[in-house]
Design a binder for this molecule. Sequence first.
Ligand code: PMP
Length: 394
Amino acid sequence: LLERAELAPADPILGLTEAFNNDGRSDKVNLGVGVYLDEGGKVPLMEAVREAEQRIVAEAKPHAYLPIDGLPAFRDEIRKLVFGADAPVLERTATVQAVAGTGALKVGADFLRQLNPSATVLISDPSWENHRALFTRAGFKVDTYRYYDAESRGVDLEGMLADLRGAAEGTIVVLHPCCHNPTGYDLTPEQWDRVVEVVAERGLFAFVDMAYQGFAAGLAEDGALVGKFVQSGLPFIVGTSYSKTFGLYGQRIGSLSVVGASADEARRVLSQLKIVIRTNYSNPPAHGAKIVAGVLADPALRGVWEDELAKMRNRIALLRKDLVKGLEAQGVTDMGFIAEQRGMFSYSGLTTHQMVRLREEFGIYGTDAGRMCVAALNADNVGRVAKAIAAVRS
Ligand code: PMP
């Protein structure tokens, strides 16, 4: 049997990290993977997380199973975070804890596939690499809607709307509400209104993948698309991830909420989500859920977390400016767009050949498509990165 297993290519992004780890150069820089690093080049342990974790350890509770749908306190808290406290929509919303943002996508995909196996899934062109693979593996036909306009360096809104208008009823549309991965270009609130209108008109089904709430403009601003869908009265799904915003990458903590038409529908949906979870991994891990719930439920800790989140957000914006300044100092004056993009990523416009040169000649790792994680820059490496970009462009 096992001789039939073919060697699969390395994951395009995690494969880069492997190559980076094997690179012996001491001045190498990993801008490949989407991780926020502090000035010292480390994944930060957020103060609010540290405190919540200490409280958990001090309680010294045994490691029991969680319910299939996750830690109740976590679900309560993140429902408030995503939809607002006491939001009436919560009555018609089924929420489960998920194994981070990826797990939310997979549970959501498996659930939708049961209901509508022939639906097409539309993802943005380009999108996070795993969107296509994940929905394809779940059994869907995956196609794209226009998103990035290389010429104008921004979102091709008219193209996006036209593609959504051309989609068959019931098509599932994956949307990035903020910090679009990989481009860094987001829609304005008015542009989102138009997208929601088309989703309603055409009877499409939105799957909002919210992996970076708080990394672009603020918690409320970045989550505004969820409010727009709630207002529209449409059924939709929102998946969240706390990998980035709490620095809990390895804890694998996120959520999935399915907003239905009624409380009864939400109850039925929840029962189906539980079957998907039960037959995949039975129930989710506890530690990350306890941390997030502990932070959000304590007003003081929540304040600390929101401040830390704002600091990360502001620092990323500064790093973007520093990179643009560094590039200008090297004579590269046409990359000011990096400072306008949002979130962790910059679509740099560099060609595959230039990205390979960055890697091979300078030990600077980004994806072949030209995506760089600006949240991995720091005062020490930004000048070197700017110099190397200037070199490969000349
Ligand atoms: N969706 C998007 C758009 C992402 O960028 C990411 C992370 N790179 C995820 C989902 C998955 O995140 P997680 O690590 O929480 O599974």
